[in-house]
Design a protein around this ligand. Sequence first.
Ligand code: NI
Ligand code: MN
Length: 228
Amino acid sequence: MKIRWLGHACFLVENKRKIIIDPFLTGNPLAPVKPSDVGVDAVLVTHGHGDHLGDAVEIARNNDCPVVAIHELSRILGEQGIEAVGMNIGGTATVSDVAVTMVKAFHSADYEGERGIISAGDPAGFVVEMDGKRVYHCGDTDVFLDMELIGELYSPNVMLVPIGGWYTMGVKEAVKAVELVKPEIAIPMHYNTFPVIEADPEEFKKEAENRVEGVRVVILKPGEHVEI
Ligand code: NI
Ligand code: MN
């Protein structure tokens, strides 16, 4: 399984199937690709904030593929003529042959569109399973103790962790999050896209690898990938 970072909170997870999570490409100064370059079987969106929903509708249209989101956000997206798959926290949906589990995130969410700013359900994270390997995308969140349950229930091989602070947890909280989940590999995200979320991924790597036995922190540049 390949996990490619496309900047901010956007990742491509691919094996026999290809999915994209939180495709914020247009307007992201660090995005290495354009929405029209993306070929996928499904789009996953953790919450309605613009830096996560991003180009989801355009990518779904281009690929004639579904967008998966929490029920309320899926209803808003479904009005735009795409296939929107609504689910909720704790549930597992099979989408384009990929098992997608929605998990908690400790954050907020809204949606900005033709009707102005409207509420769009709770924010979420995802555990994606493909060919026996599992990736946990935390979404935007602070650390919370139930992350230990997510680790216990789903044993993610890879954890995608926000470290930028201000809108999400920063390095200190992210290290604790890795300690609770205990993945094999942790990849930092949601940092250095904008000045207010500046963070040092090397500091995160040093602290997490010191504190959590068996974890390897892999720092990617936008466009780079890991293979597991
Ligand atoms: Ni957010
Ligand atoms: Mn965000």
